[in-house]
Each structure stands twice: as C-alpha cells, then as structure tokens.
Design a protein around this ligand. Structure first.
Ligand SMILES: [Zn+2]
Ligand SMILES: [Zn+2]
Length: 361
C-alpha cells in the first residue's frame, strides 16, 4: 500500500489543479497544505510544498475516488476467486482497518511528504548534480528497472529491521495482528512503520534524482500489488512466483507458524529473500492461520498507542512470546533470547498452522 502514499506525497501531481501560485520548497508550505487537507481542502498545490517545478499539479490528501475504485475491483475479485470462501466481507476488525485507511493514510502522507522534502533538500547539497542528471537521462525502462531493484532492496532491509529490533517489532506487530487477510488488511499499518519503511526504501530513489515517469509507473504498480498480495484470493503465479511477489508469498509472511517465521520480507521481488536466505514458498500449500501472538489491541486508537504502552513483559523474565519474531541472523544486531519459543504446546499448535490449500497455478 505504500506506493499510494508516495504517489500522493511527491507525485500525485499528475492531476491538474485549478489553484494558482507557487513557492520555494518549505516546511511552512507542507504544514499549511496538511491543515487544509485535514479540513477538506482538496485543491492543494504541490508547488506550495516542493517548489515551482511542480507547476499546477495538486496533492490529494484524502482519495475517496481511489478507494471506491479499489472496492469495486477487489470486493468482487475476492468473491470470485476466494481463497477462503467462508471469510466474510465485513470480517472481524474491518471497521478498525477503515480507520487505518483514512486516519493512518493521512498521517503517512504527511510524514512521507516531510521525508521527501528533507531528502530533496539534502540531495541537492550532497549528491553531485552531474550524477543526478546522468541518472535522469537514462531511458525510462532502465530507470524503472533500477527503481524497482533499489526500492525493493530498501524495503526488504527496512522490513527485516522491523522484525529484528524489538522496539521496531512492537510498531510492526500492528500490521501482523490481522487474522483474516484481505485487501483491506493491507491498510492496517502503524504510521511510523510505513513512514520509516518507505523513507528507507525511497531514499536512494529520490536522492539519485530519477525522473518522474518511471517512478510514477513503479508507484502505480506497487499500490495495486500491495493490495493484491494481501487479498483473499486464490491466484497462483506459476513460475512467475519466484520473480514477482504473489498472494501466496505474502500470506506466508503473515502466517502464524514457526516454519514461516521471519520469511518473505520483500515487497515486490522474492529474489531478495532468495539471496538473503529468507524465502519460504512451499509448493501447493497456503497458511492456515495468520496473526501474531503479541497482544495487539483491536481498536484503532489503541493500536496507534500500542507500541508505546508499557507492559509487564518489559521487565524480564518474560515468556509471552512478544519477542518471538526477533530471531535474526542477518547484518542487523541480534537480540539475546529473542527466539525462545513460547512453549512446546504453542509450538505444536503453531506447527499445525499450515494447510494444503493450494494456490491456483
Ligand atoms: Zn512483516
Ligand atoms: Zn502485509
């Protein structure tokens, strides 16, 4: 779901605005735009935030039309190709996730706009203009390929860090708390999670000065891809499943069972998981159970506050499984005792968390 915010943050600027004016990039402009967006102002000129280079394009803080389009496509799709036909459209927690669509979406857009503004200003001083010009002068197809590779590598590393570092995992656990996956579940994310992950992912893309067209193409594809890989659909990709992230690939990332613990971090390209040894794509099998053992609350505001709430298990010893996802063998720091299984009974139950529900190939 990240491309939607990025598109809005930097480049949802394709639509022409009826507004007039334009200034230099400024924090004041961003704050003004955000406040206007919160109170319903739709026609917010991007040049107010990022400078006159964006002309009369506008920034849409709340995209109702886009959401309706997503509903019109994914609700029937999940009925026609349901992986779990018994799962209801209004499944448990759907109202909380609607809160994430609007409120979290708004916070993410603001945070990303701030990050993009900072990266753009810093890159102008730190990255040689000749290099940025050379990057932007490449053919669109080549820039697109480089953006996909760079952005997804950044996403992989940031995502893996959110699983590895306990304080980050508490933020990311909100996303993993979903127990019935569908397109709406893609929106259940803590704003700090998405702002940091996407900033890390797009840092090289913005800093190196790629041109707008290939980035827009990538952002558009990623938006729909992110919804699809969370959706309740039985769609197999055949041999392409090793190249493009599929619903099966990401469903296993959300599985609550040991065999898929800390696997499938990539957003687009399973090749990163293959290279780093975290790929889990069992042929013909889908997980039976999703979620996390972490005690993530169910209401929207409580989920926002969850990472910052003090709990008893902050004082060791604690064996509630809260850190069970922090097992780590990669380039990030490991955490002693983090991979301790909760109990043999729980492990046994979790091992049963996979089924032979086949993906359509
Ligand atoms: Zn994750
Ligand atoms: Zn997910």
């Amino acid at each position: 779901m990240w491309s939607e915010e990025l598109t809005n943050a930097r480049t949802q600027t394709l639509s022409e605005s009826r507004c007039a004016g334009g200034r230099s990039p400024s924090l004041k402009g961003l704050l003004t735009s955000f406040i206007l967006g919160c109170v319903g102002g739709r026609c917010i000129q991007v040049s107010l935030i990022f400078g006159p280079g964006y002309g009369k394009r506008h920034l849409n803080w709340i995209d109702i039309k886009g959401l309706l389009l997503v509903c019109l496509i994914f609700v029937p799709l999940e009925q026609l190709l349901a992986l779990r036909p018994d799962q209801k459209i209004f499944r448990r927690g759907w109202l909380t996730d609607v809160g994430h669509v609007f409120a979290t979406g708004l916070l993410i857009k603001f945070g990303l706009a701030l990050a993009v503004l900072a990266i753009s200003l810093a890159a102008g001083h730190l990255i040689p203009a000749k290099l940025r010009a050379a990057v932007a002068a490449q053919p669109v197809w080549l820039q697109f390929t480089e953006i996909v590779l760079l952005a997804d590598l950044g996403f992989y590393l940031a995502h893996r860090a959110f699983h590895a570092v306990p304080v980050l995992w508490r933020i990311h656990a909100v996303h993993h708390s979903i127990e019935e996956l569908d397109w709406l579940a893609a929106h259940r994310v803590h704003p700090i999670d998405q702002i940091l992950t996407k900033t890390a992912s797009f840092l090289p893309v913005f800093a190196l000065g790629f041109s707008l067209e290939p980035f827009l193409l990538f952002a558009l594809i990623f938006r729909w891809q992110a919804l699809l890989i969370h959706s309740n659909v039985r769609i197999g990709y055949g041999p392409l499943r090793w190249i493009i992230a599929s619903p099966q690939f990401h469903h296993w990332h959300h599985a609550n069972c040991p065999e898929s613990l800390d696997k499938n971090f990539a957003g687009q390209l399973p090749i990163w998981d293959l290279l780093f040894g975290t790929l889990h794509l069992p042929r013909g099998r889908m997980p039976q159970r999703y979620g996390t053992d972490d005690p993530v609350p169910r209401s929207y505001l409580a989920q926002l506050a969850y990472p910052f709430m003090k709990r008893d298990c902050d004082t060791p010893p604690c064996d509630d499984g809260d850190l069970r996802r922090t097992r780590w063998v990669g380039p990030f720091p490991s955490h002693a005792g983090a991979a301790t299984p909760r109990s043999s009974a729980d492990s046994s139950n979790s091992r049963n968390g996979a089924s032979n529900i086949s993906a359509r190939r």
